[in-house]
Design a protein. Structure first.
Length: 294
């Protein structure tokens, strides 16, 4: 006689803590020990509970399915300890994948939950690793993620790949050698803090030579004032001049060909070059006064 699904005995509050946070039982070792003591389900029990979840949205049945497979999450998460992320965090993400698997499990398909859940558990752990392995994502598409995890496994001792190894890996994974090379560069890169941890090295921190001074507020305001001066301000200042003075200033300073010389304007106006210079100086002085008063 098989045991009833209700034989999965563990205080409900402790169950919630264990699922939500693997460290809630004190240590990760205590959590793993508690998980391994939970009884496993027979096929008949699993089908009965899975049917209740699918047809009746029975939360207690879902809880029992999850609890009986927590040890599977622990086992799978051990495969990803080489990424420098906490084991408890990997387990927690894997538990999320297990919950998604239980929600989508159909016992009538004849597949055990343990086989169905592996994909969902690994998918959540993969997503977590890609999000948190580095601040800058190394893989964003599905194909890049597959290459990322396979390449870490296939790189000998984490050493740099030579062209022959790149071609061999590309052939085995059915991708281009260029894709393998690009992913290796992404994985080999190192993160660097923008700001120096101490004031002594501030001048050598990337923030000191990567910052865009052109976007500083003072620079933005200065450029805006200069643009105003070149546009509406200049047009307004020109209006205070008489016709002859304005024509001299425009000919000397506002022409695209570099401007006319004093002698050219003297010949055109029928006066001496010195007189043109005096008119120009008086006109510029009047314009500066008009701009200052604006």
């Amino acid at each position: 006689m098989t045991s009833s699904p209700q034989s999965l005995a563990m205080p409900s509050n402790a169950l919630v803590m264990a699922i939500a946070n693997p460290g809630a039982l004190g240590t990760i070792e205590a959590y793993i020990s508690a998980v391994n003591r939970l009884p496993m389900l027979t096929r008949e029990q699993e089908v009965d509970l899975g049917t209740k979840v699918r047809d009746e949205t029975d939360l207690d049945a879902a809880r029992q399915l999850i609890l009986s497979h927590l040890r599977l999450v622990v086992s799978i998460s051990r495969q990803y300890l080489g990424y420098g992320l906490a084991h408890a965090d990997l387990i927690q993400e894997g538990n999320v994948g297990l919950m998604k698997a239980v929600k989508r499990f159909d016992p009538d398909r004849g597949v055990r939950l343990v086989s169905f859940a592996v994909h969902w558990i690994k998918a959540e752990i993969h997503e977590y690793i890609v999000r948190n392995w580095r601040m800058v994502k190394v893989a964003t598409t599905k194909a890049q993620r597959k290459l990322f995890f396979n390449l870490r496994r296939m790189r000998p001792d984490g050493t740099t790949l030579n062209p022959e190894q790149i071609r061999a890996i590309a052939g085995e994974l059915n991708v281009r050698p260029e894709d393998v090379s690009e992913m290796e560069v992404r994985m080999s890169g190192h993160e660097m803090a923008l700001e120096s941890p101490s004031d002594d090295d501030e001048s050598f921190a990337p923030i000191s030579y990567l910052s865009d001074e052109a976007q500083e507020p003072s620079q933005v305001l200065e450029r805006r004032s200069y643009d105003d001066l070149q546009g509406a301000g200049l047009a307004s200042a020109l209006q205070v001049l008489d016709v002859r003075s304005r024509s001299i200033v425009e000919a000397r300073w506002l022409r695209d060909d570099g401007g006319a010389t004093l002698h050219e304007l003297a010949a055109k106006l029928g006066v001496s070059a010195e007189r043109v210079r005096q008119i120009e100086a008086a006109a510029l002085k009047k314009m500066r006064q008009a701009l200052a008063a604006a």
